[in-house]
Design a binder for this molecule. Structure first.
Ligand SMILES: [Zn+2]
Length: 210
């Protein structure tokens, strides 16, 4: 966690996906990267406000509004994704230019105008408030996690599980004990799969029912 009280996106634990933040995630940027993105974005927003005559909707204090900053960053990324092209595609007719206007820009600008309705040239009305967190949320999540199995879900492609894991499934009614085999081998059915206990390893091994 950072030493400030402001939570940022990348303070939060995330599954280990191997993915990383793209360069439009403000929270993740270094000083150098932030400077570069501010330059790119302010130039683009200047152009947008002038070209589309949006100065009464995207007001001059837009950079102060955290939600507007993120929305305009995304809108710029979408705009450049369609207007910048590989040289060999430069002459192609295309429809995503219209999509940028009708799907992305109009909705974004309408939302931004709403958020900036009270701002004037004399002053910005934006104040950031912290959302209330329900005090019961942590206990709710703890209870939800505690009621779950430590084993993989039934139906996954597991081919072996420990005796403890199988006992857990039986206890929770997710596996049913079957009569032992002719050789006295313990058997269980779970999720359409038959499992036999290997007495040498004390491990349950999946066997296809087909
Ligand atoms: Zn403002």
């Amino acid at each position: 966690m950072t030493t400030t009280s402001e939570p940022t996106l990348f303070d939060m634990p995330a599954p280990d996906t191997g993915l990383e933040a793209c360069r439009f995630v403000w929270d993740s940027l270094s000083r150098h990267e932030a400077r570069a993105l501010w330059t790119e974005l302010t130039n683009w927003v200047d152009w947008l406000r002038d070209t589309y005559q949006l100065d009464t909707k995207i007001k001059s204090c837009w950079y102060r509004h955290s939600p507007v900053l993120y929305e305009l960053t995304a809108l710029m990324a979408a705009h450049k994704a369609v207007y910048l092209t590989e040289p060999d595609a430069r002459d192609a007719y295309r429809e995503d230019l219209t999509a940028w206007h009708t799907q992305w820009m109009r909705a974004s600008v309408a939302e931004i105008a709403k958020q900036m309705a009270d701002c004037t040239l004399d002053g910005c009305a934006y104040t950031r408030h912290r959302p209330v967190v329900d005090t019961e949320m942590a206990a709710f999540i703890t209870a939800d996690v505690a009621r779950r199995s430590t084993t993989a879900p039934v139906g996954t492609s597991m081919s072996a599980m420990s005796d403890d894991q199988m006992s857990d499934l039986v206890d929770r009614g997710l596996a049913t004990q079957l009569p032992p085999t002719d050789h006295g081998q313990a058997r269980v059915e779970s999720g359409g799969t038959h499992w036999h206990l290997n007495p040498l390893t004390n491990t349950w091994e999946a066997q296809s029912t087909n």
